[in-house]
Design a protein around this ligand. Structure first.
Ligand code: PNS
Length: 169
């Protein structure tokens, strides 16, 4: 079975992520979406919430499985019989860091990284911007799946009431 992994923080998943996952799912037998658990404490959503949102947003893709991971992605690959990582590349600015990670992962365990250029519709899209826009009451429709939009609206409202007017942590 040709199995690849799409790893990330997904805080939260965007339509750009879904585009890459969907395109990978057309090329491989199985795509494992691996959600990193130990990201900064400032994550807006818990790992369980991020996994749940991804599961819902990819439920139309039969060969996509969503799970969590911690530690090195190459260890996750070894444990799950995965020989390649799939990543989306938005712009040249992404390339330098992604290149370093891909070379390190190859050096560590011979795990390949395959880059897909992002759909131009989403080239400007990143989770951190989506959160910032939502926190200031901006419109993120079309940038994230609808179920994520609802969760975002709810979460930033909670943040706002916890932190006072403005609501930016
Ligand atoms: O969505 P992100 O935050 O850009 O995803 C980054 C991620 C999770 C793919 C990357 O940080 C990662 O693979 N982390 C796991 C730890 C690891 O293997 N680090 C060494 C990479 S060379």
């Amino acid at each position: 079975m040709r199995r690849v992994v799409c790893p990330g923080s997904f805080d939260p998943v965007t339509n750009g992520h879904i585009d890459i996952i969907g395109r990978a799912a057309r090329l491989y037998d199985e795509v494992v979406v691996a959600v990193l658990t130990n990201i900064s404490k400032q994550a807006l959503f818990t790992t369980d919430e991020r996994v749940e949102m991804l599961r819902e947003a990819t439920s139309h893709l039969e060969n996509v499985r969503v799970t969590r991971f911690h530690g090195l992605i190459v260890d996750f690959c070894r444990a799950n019989d995965i020989s390649a990582i799939v990543k989306g590349l938005r712009a040249v600015s992404d390339f330098e860091y992604e290149q370093m990670m891909s070379q390190m992962n190859y050096r560590l365990a011979g795990v390949e990284t395959l880059f897909m250029t992002t759909n131009p519709l989403y080239a400007f899209l990143r989770s951190s911007l989506v959160k910032e826009i939502a926190r200031y009451g901006g419109d993120v429709s079309g940038l994230v799946p609808e179920l994520v939009m609802d969760r975002l609206t709810e979460r930033v409202a909670i943040e706002r009431s916890a932190t006072g007017a403005g609501g930016v942590l």
